[in-house]
Design a protein. Sequence first.
Length: 341
Amino acid sequence: MEGVLAHPDLELAGCWVHSEAKDGQEVGELIGRDPIGVTATRDVDALLALDADCVVYSPIFADESVVMRILESGMNVVTPLGWFYPPTDERARLDAVCRAAGVTLHGTGIHPGGITERFPLMVSALSGSVTHVRAEEFSDIRTYGAPDVIRDWMLFGKTPDESRKSIMAEALGAGFRQSVHMVAAELGFDLDPALRTTHEMAVATAPIESPIGPIQPGLVAAQRFRWEGLVDGAPVITAAVNWLMGEEHLDPPWRFGPDGEHFEVEITGDPCCLVTFRKLHPESIADGLERNRGIVATAMHCVNAVPYVCEAEPGLRTYLEMPLVAGRAAPSRWLGSAGRS
C-alpha cells in the first residue's frame, strides 16, 4: 500500500484484508500514517464493486477462482503468486478469459518473478553459445516474520522425515518451473520432458533461536530447493533457494558465502557472466522482522508493473510481451513537483 500511495501514476481505491482484526479499519492507520480515506475490508464483493483499474493480488496462497472473478469483473491483475509463464493450455484458457473482459493478467515479483527470469534473460544478451543459466537465492529465514508459514508450511523445526513432506517443493515449484520454462524457451533450449526437483536439509547441532522458537538439535534448520531444466540429463537452467536459520550450528555446515545474504544470476557462455544482487536483504534480524526488504522488493515489482499492465493488450502477459518496467522518482523528486519544473 505504501508503494501505491507513493507512486505518482496510481491511486489506492481499496484494500483487501484477511484478518477480522483489520476488517473495517482505516488503511492509513493500519500502516502507521494519517487517514487516507480508504477502509480495509474482507468483503470481496465490495472490492469488486469498486471503480478500480487493477488489483495487486497477494494473499499467502493463490485462489484461481478469485483471480478469475477479478478478471471477469473487468479489472486487470498483477500478482507475485504465479502465472509467470503458464503451460500452453492454461495460457490459452486465461487468454480467453482476459480478452473477453478486456483485461490483462501479469505474474511478477522477485524470486520467482524477476531474479529467476527477467534478469537472466537480460544478462544473457551479453553472451553467446549459452550452456547454463542459474538464478539462486541465499536468505536468512530468521528475518521472515511469518511464524505460521515457517512452522506449518515450510516445516522448519521438524524432523528431516517430516520436512520432506513439505508442500514447499510443489508450491514454490509451481512458480519456479514456469521460470525455468520461460528462460529455456526464449534462449532456445530443447528441454527434456521432466524437470528435476531436489530438496536438501541441514539440522541444528545446538539450539538456534528462530521466529518459531528455539530449533533443537537434530531438527531442520536449513533447506535447499532446486529446480533444473535438463538437456540429455544435464542441467541447463537452474533456479534455487537456500533458506538458512543463520550460519551457525548447522549440519551440514552450510554458509551464505562471502557475499552474505544475496541473489545470484550466472550465465555460462561466451563470455560467462555473474551478477550478484545485494541490499535486497535486511541488515539484521530485527530489521527484517520490522520491514523485510525482500518482501518490499516483491511488492514494488508488482506496484511498478501496474501502469504498464493497464496499458497492455488484453490477455495473459509475461515479461516476454511486456515493455521494460521501471520504478518512479521519490515524491519530492517528481517532475513537476513543488519547486521544480
